[in-house]
Write a protein that binds this ligand. Structure first.
Ligand code: HGY
Ligand code: MN
Ligand code: MN
Length: 422
């Protein structure tokens, strides 16, 4: 049996798995469109389950569709050490966002299997449902239920823009499992992810030692004016909802600039009704995403945004319904897990540095119920949520090797605790 120190993952096999699953929902521009709980999501889930079962893993699906693939350890009474992320993508997603975290976990299991290495604790790989929150808001919905941030029924009731609900779609694709979501203790959780930003690449670093995740809040706004004829309605008599919404979009950007340099604000989804070229828009729906590493600043951004948007509605004679639908406070990961990642990166000779995640991740919620940390690798120009998203094979392999070593170090701690009879 190999010693932990000289275990390594198979970089080619990992890359082949990434490229193979990228075919499920592949877009012409080289990205992936694989929205959560669609037939394509079902297909990639089935691929993942089959790959894990081929290794002899026991696969459990909970009632939020989270998939847990388990490789047994010496002591089956111990909660597993888990590795995971998400296989759902944005509509114009890339090949790597989420995917490398799940497939690196599969590659770790494959490598342990090849080496005949027996761990103290079981090792699990997890695919979390609906991390992206693109089809069903908010993001990280299923890991949020797992951590107790949302109820199962709240999640089931979340509807997409066509009115289909999470619960119905989960049932439809056949991934509503029996295990109650959350009834699944973990000894630790490590997530590998691309940075989705420009810092590691700019600093020439291969590994990001992720110490936490910034705070983020999502809102929904509906601006109501009056539909009327584009040709016969004088400008001064109009209640143009789209013009008001346009001013509000600019005001959202101004809020981020006023809280520079670390604040970000985005209006990503907008729907104008009736969306007819010769009708003055009567109603506009749009979403708002505010983020900052400091929760107090997020709160200040929210207050400024609310004042600005209601001020525009009043000035333009429009009605505004504005509601917060999600609040994910800033997260600080577990010091012991961070140390395991840092020591693994150092032992592997990887250029690395600490970083706070700008993007949300399932690890943010899992950290509420288990010791958690993340490993970042760079992506080209920091581009993500874009079909041109790219990562280097060597960097992805380095990230997976850091995950392997960190997991084995955490497992060794459990073995030593058992040996002490602790
Ligand atoms: O929104 C996020 O940061 C993540 O990609 N779901
Ligand atoms: Mn992601
Ligand atoms: Mn994403």
């Amino acid at each position: 049996m190999s010693a932990a120190g000289n275990l390594g993952i198979d970089a080619e096999r990992l890359w082949d798995s990434i490229m193979e699953t990228a075919q499920i929902g592949a877009t012409a521009k080289g990205g992936i469109c694989r929205l959560t709980l669609t037939d394509l999501d079902r297909a990639v889930r089935q691929w993942f389950v089959a790959a894990c079962e081929a290794l002899g893993c026991r696969v459990v699906v909970d009632d939020l569709g989270n998939i847990f693939a388990r490789r047994p350890g010496r002591d089956e009474s111990l909660p597993p050490i888990a590795i995971g992320s998400h296989l759902d993508t944005q509509p114009t997603g890339g090949k790597f966002d989420g995917v490398i975290g799940v497939l690196a976990g599969l590659e770790v299991l494959r490598s342990l299997h090849d080496a005949g290495y027996e761990t103290q604790a079981p090792i699990e790989v997890i695919n979390w449902s609906n991390e992206e929150g693109s089809r069903f808001a908010p993001a990280m919905l299923a890991s949020g239920v797992f951590a107790g941030a949302f109820t199962r029924d709240y999640a089931y009731g979340r509807a997409d823009r066509e009115g289909k609900t999470f619960g119905e779609e989960l049932q439809r694709i056949g991934f509503r499992g029996a295990e109650p979501c959350g009834a699944h203790p973990l000894s630790a959780f490590i997530e590998l992810h691309i940075e989705q930003g420009p810092i590691l690449e700019a600093e020439g670093k291969t590994i990001g030692i992720v110490t936490g995740v910034q705070g983020m809040r999502w809102y929904e706004a509906t601006v109501t004016g009056a539909e009327s004829h584009a040709g016969s309605t004088p400008m001064k008599l109009r209640r143009d909802a789209l013009l008001g919404a346009a001013r509000m979009v600019a005001a959202v950007q101004a809020v981020a600039l006023a809280h520079a340099p670390d604040a970000v604000a985005t209006v990503g989804l907008i729907e104008s009704r009736p969306n007819s070229r010769n009708v003055i828009p009567g109603s506009v729906f749009f979403t708002i995403d505010l983020r900052h590493p400091d929760d107090a600043v997020v709160a200040s951004m929210e207050a400024a945004m609310e004042t600005a948007l209601h001020g525009i509605a009043d000035a333009d004679g429009l009605d505004l319904a504005l509601s917060r639908i999600w609040d994910s406070p800033a997260v600080h990961f577990d010091a012991n897990c961070i140390a395991a990642v840092r020591e693994a990166a150092t032992a592997l000779g990887c250029a690395s540095g600490d970083i706070v995640s700008g993007a949300g991740h399932d690890a943010a919620y899992v950290s509420r119920v288990a010791p958690t940390a993340m490993v970042f690798v760079p992506c080209e120009k920091g581009l993500s949520h874009n079909e041109l998203e790219r990562a280097e094979k060597a960097d992805v392999a380095a990230g997976a090797n850091v995950v392997l070593r960190a997991v084995l170090a955490l497992d060794q701690q459990l073995a030593e605790r058992a040996a002490r009879g602790a």
